[in-house]
Ligand binder design. Sequence first.
Ligand code: 13P
Length: 284
Amino acid sequence: MPIVPTQEILGRAFRDGYGVAAINIVNDLTLDAVLAAAEEMRAPLIVQTSVKTVKMEGAEVLIGMWRELTRSITVPVAIHLDHCPDRAVISECLALGWSSVLFDASKLSVEENRVQCIEVVAEARRYGAAVEGEIEGIQGVEDGIGSDDASQQQTLEIALDFIRSTGIDCFAPAIGNAHGMYTTTPTLDSQRVTDIVAAEPIPIALHGGTGMTSDQFADLISRGCAKVNISTALKVAFMQSGYDYMTEHPGQYDPPALFRAQRAAVVEMARDHIGRFGSAGRAW
Ligand code: 13P
C-alpha cells in the first residue's frame, strides 16, 4: 500500500470516527520508528515534517528518505508539511511529492489568509495533494513557528466561511489547545469542534496532542478530530531515551546501541498514541 492521499486517510477516519496519528519526525531514525509502529498496529499514519526539519535535512533528502523507508510499507501512510507560512517552502514540498501541507497564515488577516489559501489549494490540487487551513494561531511555538500568546478565536461564521470559500480539506481550529508541554490538563472547547462539523462536515486537525488525556482524545475524535498531531512527545521520547542510555552506559560510545534505545522509545511512544486514537487495525 503505501503512500495514499491525505484526503483519503482523513476521509475514512472522519467517516468511521477514529483519529489518525499525525506525528512530527525529526530524522531518519524517528521516521523509521513511527512507520514501524504503524505497521505493527496495522494503523494508517500521517508523518509530519516541520519547516525546521525540512530546512535541517533538505527537502530532497527528506523525501528521498520517505520514499526509501516506505518502499515496503503495507499500511496507508502520507507525508504532511506542518505549519508553513512560507509559500516557497510549500511549493518546493508539493513539487517534490508531499501529500499535504498546512498553510499557516494565521498571522495574516483572515481575508489575506483566504486569498492566499485559495492559491495554495489550487497549487496543491495540481499534485493531487491536500491542504489544511487555520485562521487562529495555535498557542505555543512549534519548531520556531507560532507564539505563546493565547489564541484569538474567530466566530463560527468566519470559520465556516473560510472553510467553504477556500476549499481546504482539513481545518485546524483553536480550542484551548497548545503546542509543547501543558503545565496542567488543558480545558478544551470541544463544542466548537461539534459546531463546525455540524455545519460543515470537514475533518478537523487537533493540534497540541502531547499531554492530552485519553478521555480528551476520545471525546474530540468522536466529534470530528480525524487528525491528531503529536510532536513534543516524540522529541521527549527521542532525546530522553538518548540521555538515559548514555547515563546508564557511561563511557560506552556505541552509536548503533544508542540508536536502538532511541528507536525503541519512539516506537513505544507512537504505539501508545495510535492505541489511544482508535486507529489500530484500521489499515485497508
Ligand atoms: P505537540 O507538540 O503538543 O504534540 O503538538 C503537535 C502539533 O500540534 C504539531 O502541529
